[in-house]
Design a protein. Structure first.
Length: 375
């Protein structure tokens, strides 16, 4: 049996191990320490925001972002339907209601026209949402020229879920710099990983301080344990922050490799009838975190699920693109604005092995199996 090819395994390229051992040997084996502080500073600088708070996961960052925005029970939050469940779950954590908006074909992210339509309707019914929560899906920023203008027009705070888009840019600005608050993830399959972890970034010193406060059990300044609100245990370990620093130093190399992998797939696959790859938004540079292939079953002669099973039989991991939230059992009955774009991306979309450590030989094997030449 061939060695298994994974979708997006961790890839350590630089000083990660050295920094981890430094953290270990310093005995700062705690959810605070010099590597946490340094990681926060280096990260904020990288994404062009003034402050960063390191947390235990991207989901924790999203939860805190909603709390900091004042979203609470009964509030509505407009978000993208085409995302991972963590985005929408975080809205539920604060007992608010998600309103899902469909994708546009140009970026696969939230369609600005539908967002406007949705907000106009909300305003006419006098029930505007408390915030807009965009998602930069699969390594690519949204159309922020439009979305930021719409948020200003309706005077709504913008939260950016950039968990999948660290390293991407739009109009030469980094992913994570478009919202009032943005959230990142360092889960095992993300473009950089700490095994698990997340980051919240903002230009507001107060919000960053509040995020750290809430993430540390909301302990008030006092020699004893004094608490005047509900807190969480969401801080990132100093050991993991050390790995994160090492990974951040080589982020550009990860982006370069993933874009290279995309290009190889593009050249090998896009000539075939029925196969197209995820587009890149005009003015934006995607990290190509995952290469996603759309398979039109009529034209290709085989559907996405059958291709996925053939790859699996050859010990190659691939995965359907995110199933939209408005089609998930848990979010049934939630409002949805749009048509069939995200659903069609789900039905036809297959994420291909895209890890930064994917070799040319491995990629060749994926392409051969996919095109059926070794069937
Ligand atoms: C991975 C991911 C998250 C959650 O991050 P975790 O670190 O796994 O909690 C949130 N949103 C999106 C879009 C993601 O892909």
């Amino acid at each position: 049996m061939n060695e298994r090819i994974y979708l997006s395994p961790p890839c350590m390229l630089g000083r990660e191990r050295q920094l981890l051992l430094d953290a270990f040997d310093s005995n700062w084996i705690a959810p605070l320490g010099p590597h946490v502080n340094a990681f926060e500073n280096e990260f904020a600088q990288r994404v062009g925001m003034k402050h960063a708070a390191a947390v235990s996961s991207g989901t924790a960052a999203l939860h805190l972002a909603l709390l900091l925005t004042g979203v609470g029970p009964g509030d509505r939050v407009v978000t993208s339907s085409f995302t991972f469940a963590a985005t929408a779950n975080a809205i539920k954590y604060v007992s608010a209601e998600p309103v899902f908006v469909d994708s546009e074909w140009t970026s696969w992210n939230m369609d600005p026209n539908l967002l406007r339509e949705c907000l106009q309707k909300c305003r006419s019914e006098n029930r505007l949402p408390k915030a807009v929560l965009t998602v930069d899906i699969l390594g690519q920023c949204c159309d922020y020229a439009s979305i930021q203008a719409i948020c200003s027009e309706f005077e709504l705070p913008l939260i950016e879920d950039a968990a999948e888009a660290l390293g991407a840019t739009y109009q030469n600005r980094p992913a994570g710099s478009f919202g009032d608050i943005a959230c990142f993830s360092f889960n095992g399959n993300k473009i950089i990983t700490t095994s698990g972890g997340g980051m919240l970034v903002t230009n507001s010193a107060d919000r960053a301080a509040k995020a750290r406060h809430l993430a540390t059990q909301a302990r008030d300044p006092a020699p004893h344990y004094e608490h005047s609100e509900v807190g969480y245990n969401y801080r990132l370990s100093n050991l993991l922050a050390a790995i994160g620093r090492g990974q951040l130093e080589v982020l550009d190399e990860h982006v370069r490799r993933r874009r290279g992998i995309f290009e190889v797939y593009q050249n090998a696959l896009s000539e075939r009838p029925g196969l197209t790859l995820m587009p890149e938004i005009p003015g934006g540079k995607s990290t190509r975190w995952l290469t996603v292939l759309l398979i039109d079953p009529q034209k290709f002669g085989e559907d996405r699920e059958s291709v996925r099973q053939r790859l699996e039989a050859a010990n190659i991991e691939s995965r359907p693109a995110w199933k939209p939230m408005h089609c998930q059992p848990i979010f049934q009955g939630c409002e949805f604005v749009g048509g069939n774009v995200s659903l069609q991306i789900f039905e036809q979309g297959l994420c291909l092995p895209s890890g930064s450590s994917l070799s040319w030989e491995q990629q060749k094997r994926v392409i051969e199996v996919l095109l059926g030449s070794t069937r």
